[in-house]
Structures are given as C-alpha cells and as structure tokens.
Ligand binder design. Structure first.
Ligand SMILES: Cc1cc2nc3c(=O)[nH]c(=O)nc-3n(C[C@H](O)[C@H](O)[C@H](O)COP(=O)(O)OP(=O)(O)OC[C@H]3O[C@@H](n4cnc5c(N)ncnc54)[C@H](O)[C@@H]3O)c2cc1C
Length: 490
C-alpha cells in the first residue's frame, strides 16, 4: 500500500481487466489513522474481514489515550483506567472477560458521582480536619436533589445554558438547597467531581445535553492490570506503522491517498480517521477536497475538555483506607481529590486528577512543579505525608497527538454533533470516542465506533466493487462468547 515513488498504484489496480480475462482476486484495502482503541478496533475488524489494513500512528507507541506505564515496576494508567458499566451490556466486556483481566469495582449503579459510592470517600478541609461522613452523605443527597431541580429548569427554558447557571436558578428558587460553611465546601467538591467526569468546568457544560450519554449498568470497575493488554490483544498481527504522523488526506472516487510527515504516501480504497477530536479541531490534517461544511462545523462545535493524572508512588501507605481522598474548598476550582490505588492494586500509589481550568493551569507548570502542587494538596489534608519516591505526569491538553482529554457537550451545542462527526464523507470514515452518541468520552465508546466504522467501510468498499458476497461480515471473534467478568472489591 505504501508508495515510495509517491504514485498511486492501488487507485489504478484491480479495476480494469482485459476483455475475456478472468477477474483477478482483489483484496480491498483500508488505511486506519490512529492506533488508539477506535483505530485498533476498526483495524482488527477489517483484518478479520480479509481487508488489507495499514494503521498509521503518529506516536512511537500504540494505545493513544490508553497509556499503561510500567516504570514503577507495576502497571498504572495515565489515561483510561475504568470500565464504565461492568456488565455484559458493555461492548468490551466479552474481550476483558476472555483475557481474564480483573476489575476492582468502585461503585454500584446508583452513584451520584458516577464512578464512586458516597461511602468510599474521606474528605478533609484545608486545615486537615476530616469532614464527618454523615455530612458527606447528606450533601451528596442535596447534590442529587439540585441535579433533579436543574431538570425542571431545562424543561422551562428553550435556550440552553450552563450547568452552573442552572444551579444559580435552582438556588434562587430553593434557597434551602444553598448550603453554608463546611456543607457549601462539600457541595463544591461534588461539583468538582462532576467537572472531572466531563473534564470541563460547570460553566461550560450544557444543561440540555450533559446527561444524554448512556450509562451502562453494573457500576464502574478499575482495570487492575491496566488497559494495555486489551489494546495489545486487538492489535496482534495488524500492520501498524509507528511514528507515522498523517498530514494530508486526498479523496477521489476511486480511493484515497494519505501522506505522512516525511512525504511518504499510502493509497487504499478507503480511510478510517480515528484521531482525537482535538487533532481534528487543530486542522493538523489537511483534507482534499475540504470536508463539507456540516462536518467542519461539527468538529468546531463539539467540546473537548481536559483531565490529567499526576501519579504519585510512595514508599509506604500513610493515608486512610478509602478509595478517594478529597480536599473541600470554597470553589470547585480549589477542591481536589486523589484516587487511592492501594485499595485496588495493593501498590502505595495515589493519583491526583485535576480537570478543566485547573488541569489547563497545571499543564503550564514543569513536571516537578506539578508534582509539588499535587503534593501540597495532600499535605493540607495529611500533614505527615512523606514525599513521593516516583511520579508520572500526563499532559493530554498540550500533547500534539491528543490536544484534549475527551469530548463533552458544550453550552448551546446539540448532542447530535457526535453523530455528525461519525457520519462518513464518501470513502472517509470517522471513529473515536467523540463520534459515539451513546458513550462519548469512554473507551467502550471508542471501541464501538471503531467496529461501526469498519462495518460501514466494508459495506461501502464491497458495494462499490460489486463484491458483497466475497468477504466475511465484520464481527469481533469474541461475539457470542459468554465468560463472566472477574470483579473484586478488596
Ligand atoms: C486522563 C484520562 C482518563 C480517562 N479515563 C477513562 C476511564 O477511566 N474510562 C473510560 O472509559 N475512558 C476514559 N478516558 C477516555 C478514553 O481514554 C478515550 O475515550 C479513548 O481512549 C479514546 O480512544 P480513541 O481511539 O478515540 O482516541 P485515542 O486513544 O486518542 O487514539 C487516537 C490515536 O491517533 C493518533 N494520532 C493523532 N494524530 C495523528 C496523526 N496526525 N496521524 C496519525 N495518528 C495520529 C494518536 O497518537 C492516538 O494514538 C480517559 C481519558 C483520559 C485522557
């Protein structure tokens, strides 16, 4: 598929036959751009459907926003780490079960804060005093009530507004929900957790659309051995070219030509673009001819937020045996939280997770300064804390391969944008978390869009060449297998 003389053999090959000659067996070809979950899932499906598949990946590793690091001597995830929806309904469940990968469940179905149950927190004020658990629970219930009230606000207003504006309206109507003192700070902490889920601040999240994504049943489970084994399994046997940054995509009726940074050109019948929304927004890949206006508008309008991880490895555990440690404060910006990985993995690791503007501000710091910042938050609540022996810092917002952590519904923008981003343009197909209407911002969303793009691409290419009966339908080999998930709560 690669063309060293920059000509396009594939576009010409296999279409014209001399009179009477037997039609040669033609292998349909596809280029997949991006070796994250979506791209790898698409490549796997088309590889199994007998397509000639080439994956072009800009980084020197596969996985994208799945980034399991082993430098501590055990796996830790700098990107995705939870399976949201620990149940057979999750499209990734069959594969995870088949690999025997253990999950540590951090919440059941009814968590107000999506991935953790109320009883699993230990919250502290800035002076290191622990917030009584009854107050944490009570404020959690108030938060749920406020969210229900915002639903009424939504029904009354045709114009969209931010979640934080809706909160203000609720407080005017129901002053008893406006909390004071420590309770107010705990409420801000809940808002901070919500901002973490969407990777963006409450004043940018759409009231109309914030809850339109589907939450699968089964609660949320941490991948104890990291997510990389899942990616590696899907990637087995696929032709993946690392350090191949795509800069240009030319589409013609007969096929596509894709050019990478060093000028090398690849040609195929179709292309699946599975790069992050942030990369599309930055227009780092040029499309010829230009993408239609509706597609460009979807790329511009859909929100992309930032959440980062500062992973701290200590020589011993000195913190309480809870899943989440939190610092409460007057504003959600000043609140913070640490995930205690010791509960799930047995390793003395805390993960500090800033989101939205705070994450953006911290990305401007050096790694050392960012670690110091996180450690100072910890010191506020646990003055006896000893310094970490190792650390890792993610920079998903400024990393040129991502330019954002994951998509979210921005104020005034329709949830349909996810679908518009997915819809193919001729022989260019789109996949990735930001093309999933049902499960945006998630790893299982990325996986399903990869499979969907693969099936659309297969149909399109085979229809065009009249070879519909030739190849197998796109289907994961694990389809139909039923192995239970390995779930623990230590
Ligand atoms: C901090 C963080 C925590 C998260 N936590 C969770 C979680 O717990 N659970 C969950 O379900 N989801 C989580 N997510 C979201 C999840 O990681 C993503 O939704 C998913 O991994 C996205 O997969 P993707 O294939 O769409 O994109 P990516 O994984 O980003 O893959 C895109 C690939 O394209 C490559 N690329 C970029 N530009 C080019 C180019 N020009 N040419 C070639 N290749 C290019 C990139 O290097 C990358 O490998 C988290 C994300 C982050 C950042």
């Amino acid at each position: 598929m690669e063309s060293s003389d920059k000509s396009n053999h594939q576009l010409r090959g296999g279409i014209c036959y001399p009179n009477g000659a037997r039609r040669p067996v033609r292998t349909p070809s596809v280029i997949v751009i991006g070796a994250g979950m979506a791209g790898i899932a698409a490549a796997r499906a088309l590889h199994e459907a007998s397509f000639q598949v080439t994956v072009l990946e800009s980084r020197d590793r596969i996985g994208g926003r799945v980034h399991t690091d082993y430098s501590f001597g055990f796996p830790v995830d700098l990107g995705a780490s939870w399976l949201h929806g620990v149940s057979k309904e999750n499209p990734l469940a069959p594969l995870i079960s088949r690999l025997g990968l253990p999950l540590y469940r951090t919440s059941g179905d009814n968590s107000v804060l999506y991935d953790h149950d109320l009883e699993s927190y230990a919250l502290f004020d800035m002076d290191g005093h622990q917030v009584p658990q009854e107050l944490v629970t009570k404020v959690g219930e108030t938060f749920e009530c406020i969210l229900e009230e915002t639903n009424k606000v939504r029904q009354e207003h045709s114009e969209d507004m931010s979640i934080s504006s809706a909160f203000s309206i609720v407080f005017e109507r129901r002053p008893e929900l406006r909390l004071e003192g420590l309770a107010h700070k705990v409420l801000q902490w809940y808002v901070c957790r919500m901002e973490g889920w969407f990777a963006s601040d409450a004043d940018t999240i759409s009231l109309k659309s914030w809850d339109q994504a589907e939450l699968l049943p089964g609660g949320h489970g941490l991948m104890v051995r990291g997510y990389l084994p899942v990616i590696n399994t899907l990637a087995k046997g696929i032709d993946i070219r690392l350090s191949h940054r795509v800069t240009n995509i030319v589409r013609r009726y007969t096929g596509v030509k894709v050019t990478v940074e060093d000028g090398t050109t690849f040609a195929a019948d179709a292309v699946i673009v599975a790069v992050p929304l942030g990369v599309l927004k930055a227009k780092n890949i040029k499309f010829e001819p230009r993408l239609p206006e509706w597609k460009e508008a979807a790329i511009d309008e859909l929100g992309v937020g930032i959440e980062n991880k500062i992973i701290l490895h200590f020589d011993k555990v000195f913190w309480p045996n809870v899943e989440f440690l939190g610092v409460v404060a007057d504003t959600s910006y000043h609140c913070s939280y640490f995930l205690n990985l010791h509960k799930a993995t047995g390793h003395s690791v805390l993960v500090y997770m800033p989101a939205g503007q705070l994450a953006r501000d911290i990305e401007k710091m050096s790694d050392e300064a960012a670690v110091e910042f996180a450690f100072m938050q910890l010191k506020k609540i646990l003055p006896e804390a000893c310094a970490p022996i190792q650390y890792l810092v993610s920079r998903w917002g400024t990393d040129v391969n991502t330019l954002g952590s994951y998509s979210y519904d921005a104020v005034g923008m329709s949830h349909d944008l996810y679908e518009r981003l997915r819809v193919p343009v001729d022989n260019i197909f789109f996949a990735g978390e930001a093309t999933s209407m049902s499960y945006p911002g998630s790893i299982h969303g990325a996986f399903s869009t990869g499979q969907m793009a693969a099936e659309d691409c297969r149909m399109r290419v085979l229809e065009r060449y009249g070879e519909l009966n030739l190849l197998q339908p796109v289907m994961g080999e694990e389809a139909g297998l039923c192995v239970p998930l390995l779930i623990t709560r230590l």
